[in-house]
Design a binder for this molecule. Structure first.
Ligand code: NAG
Ligand code: NAG
Ligand code: NAG
Ligand code: NAG
Ligand code: NAG
Ligand code: NAG
Ligand code: NAG
Length: 386
């Protein structure tokens, strides 16, 4: 460049040349920015953060004025051994301990059958898929009562890649399904409740917000690669730069090493990739929030997932939803986010985690509070349903 500059003998020629170079660089920059913005709608459409706003309200059956829950009396279905997953047990215990619980079936606004509906994926490896579920459910007289509303919890329906939602049992006449992986196309604001995915051993000993370590990485990911099913997370490897973007796939040689590295990356990065996995939701979302890393949720364009508890949480200031189709632009997109904005998002993540997700009990109570708001508390002529 210096040599080229020397070709031009007089100063004004040199200046013109410099100006030309500057304009060229500017144009390239503008083109890049333009490309980002043209993708922006696809990448970050505001519709993906629609806070669910249900105008209709529900009414408890039988003139019941208080939102209350009854767990149907646990009569054992004969001659089939009864299994209950740890997650379902904790959910029932939390409800039993809550102020919404009533042990009187006749005064209850909604019911829960003590039949484990958490895992409805036949391919599930943890053995929590419950067989003969239809028979077990029908065994409870309340289940078949058309005047009763049943609350049903579900973590897994169907499986990757099509995420077919099949519970493998018939829903009762009136129900509310608290389920993970709901999308805008299948959500019904009266009969669905967005529910997060978590392990039965989901618990954190220390509170996270106090000790924020300094973060040196822009983006990271550590997890399975799913190469067998051509998942878009296998593309993440192309983002790895061994500097401020670290992508590592689990190698299974030492699970405790894998786990430690996973947590370290969550603590050291500003942004963490949260791809859908075998499900649309992943355990990663809550873990990422807990460690104060901003989740970058990568999804397929045709699956507009609703984040958990969008009924009450405004997620737009804390997470990024990013289309799987423009992953190569992701680093530029993230670098455009200012430090201040990043810090605000991070704080918001921790606040959301503490308020709604910091324990299974808190998660279940949040779900109950949302339901409480959904029912008209006193008998009113404005009523719509049931
Ligand atoms: C509900 O209240 C209405 C009006 O007070 C009454 O006519 C009706 O019998 C009540 N229904 C039940 C199931 O108690
Ligand atoms: C299961 O128990 C019920 C009632 O005790 C009985 O009528 C039925 O024959 C039993 N079924 C089997 C397969 O043993
Ligand atoms: C429910 O309450 C009992 C007694 O207070 C307590 O021992 C138990 O840990 C609670 N369980 C849950 C899930 O909140
Ligand atoms: C509900 O619990 C109370 C106190 O534990 C008990 O006295 C009452 O009989 C119970 N009611 C029913 C319908 O089981
Ligand atoms: C928590 O449970 C899951 C399966 O439910 C298991 O894969 C994981 O290793 C467990 N984590 C810990 C820390 O025990
Ligand atoms: C993104 O998701 C779509 C389905 O919406 C799929 O067809 C496509 O292959 C995915 N792209 C990548 C890069 O994985
Ligand atoms: C896995 O790594 C941890 C920590 O580095 C070590 O303590 C443990 O012994 C290793 N386990 C095996 C089976 O290699």
């Amino acid at each position: 460049m210096i040599r080229t500059l020397l070709i031009f003998s007089n100063i004004s020629q040199r200046l013109t040349f410099l100006l030309f170079i500057c304009i060229l660089i500017c144009l390239v920059q503008i083109a890049l920015i333009f490309q980002l913005f043209s993708h922006h709608d696809k990448v970050h459409p505001s519709s993906r953060f629609m806070k669910l706003n249900c105008k209709q309200k529900l009414l408890c059956p039988n003139n019941i004025t208080r939102f209350s829950i009854h767990i149907d009396k646990n009569i054992q279905y004969p001659n089939i051994s009864y299994i209950r997953s740890p997650v379902f047990s904790i959910i029932l215990d939390t409800i039993r301990n809550s102020s919404y619980y009533t042990n009187d079936s006749t005064s209850a606004c909604i019911h829960i059958a003590p039949v484990d509906t958490i895992d409805r994926d036949r391919r599930s490896k943890n053995g929590d898929y419950l067989y003969f579920i239809e028979q077990r459910l029908k065994f409870f007289p309340e289940w078949s009562d058309p005047n009763k509303i049943h609350l049903i919890f579900n973590h897994y329906t169907g499986t990757w890649p099509s995420y077919h939602r099949t519970l493998d049992f018939n829903l009762p006449s009136h129900y509310i399904l608290a389920s993970t992986s709901l999308t805008y196309s299948n959500y019904n604001c009266l009969s669905h409740l967005t529910f997060p995915l978590f392990h039965s051993n989901y618990s954190f000993s220390s509170s996270s917000s106090s000790s924020l370590p300094s973060r040196s990485m822009l983006l990271s990911f550590k997890g399975k690669s799913y190469e067998d099913v051509q998942h878009h997370r296998t593309f993440f490897r192309h983002l790895h730069n061994n500097h401020d973007i670290i992508i590592k796939y689990t190698d299974h040689t030492n699970t405790s090493d894998d786990k430690n590295e996973y947590i370290q990356l969550l603590q050291q990065s500003h942004f963490c990739l949260v791809p859908s996995g075998r499900r649309l939701y992943s355990y990663r979302l809550l873990e990422t929030l807990h460690y104060g890393c901003i989740p970058v949720i990568t999804t397929n364009d045709d699956e507009l997932i609703i984040l958990p508890f969008s009924e009450i949480i405004d997620w737009s200031k804390s997470v990024i939803i990013y289309s799987n189709s423009s992953l190569s632009l992701l680093p530029y997109y993230l670098k455009m986010i200012s430090k201040t904005q990043r810090n605000d998002m991070q704080k918001q993540c921790l606040t959301i985690w503490l308020e709604y997700f910091s324990s299974i009990q808190r998660i279940v109570l949040t779900a109950l509070h949302i339901l409480n708001d959904r029912f008209i508390s006193s008998f009113s002529s404005l009523s719509i349903q049931y």
